[in-house]
Design a binder for this molecule. Sequence first.
Ligand SMILES: Nc1ncnc2c1ncn2[C@@H]1O[C@H](COP(=O)(O)OP(=O)(O)OP(=O)(O)O)[C@@H](O)[C@H]1O
Ligand SMILES: [Mg+2]
Length: 283
Amino acid sequence: MKDMTGVYKLGELKDRIKEIKGIPTGIEGLDDLFFTFKPYGKGFKKVSLGGIPQYAVINLTGVSDTGKSLMAEQFAVWRAGKGDRVAFVTVETPAAFLSAGLYQRAMAYGIEKEVIDENIIIIDAASYKDLRENLPALFDTLAYVFRTYKAHYTVIDSITGLYEHKEMLARVFVRQIFNFLKKWYQTAILVSQKRSSHEELSAEAAGGYAVSHIVDCTMVLSKKIIQSTYDERLYKRPIGELIRLFRIDGCRMCGHDTDTHVLTISETGLVSIGPSLKEILRK
Ligand SMILES: Nc1ncnc2c1ncn2[C@@H]1O[C@H](COP(=O)(O)OP(=O)(O)OP(=O)(O)O)[C@@H](O)[C@H]1O
Ligand SMILES: [Mg+2]
């Protein structure tokens, strides 16, 4: 019978991924929020993935100043520190300014400047309009970086900046970016700006409507001022204080924690994921 394009028996798939591995992110408290199941005796048991799922394209979203860029930079610096090459597409912050932040994160982690100098490849779409406004040009550049530097990790901060004034087309853009990163087997973090603070911890209006249906995984960041005695009791923080929250909104590649966690940013600019609100209330 004539071969039909795109049809395979599962066992005949050439590039099949049999097992999902975890990629450590360096972000304290995050890696154990993803899990998988392994054969155990006659059954199976739940085990931590110890990182974000390999080959996942992740949407990291939230309103402004919630810690998205810090987290994305931390991931890039941590992977680079482990000897991996990372393609970092900067869309909002020109390369010269981004580098200062990356060095800060490296210093906080105790990673040598020379190591990240070598392993982080910056694609400056903030300064070069063509990279920002012409998706095929950005893909050509990224393909060059993947081939030349053997980069398996990509950060884009932010994808929202790639379709400014064209948000109705967000899904079309994100679909193309997603397919491209999948084709290159990238483990990727796409930062997106959440426009509306309505439904703080949902992915709605995150990087454009329904973008979260396209990506493999969505993580949502939010912030809140403690304003009432109810808030005080719930969050165990005094009135007037700012609290940051984190939640994994969905991940189709593996199991994941679904609680809302407190997110903190250290003085040195390192994000960590703390206890869940459930745990705080129990104390
Ligand atoms: N050492 C530090 N370096 C940078 N930011 C810090 C540091 N310490 C604390 N912060 C806090 O982290 C916040 C910056 O977060 P970040 O830049 O990651 O926001 P973002 O979610 O990317 O926002 P935007 O959508 O505006 O880009 C600052 O508002 C500041 O309050
Ligand atoms: Mg940012």
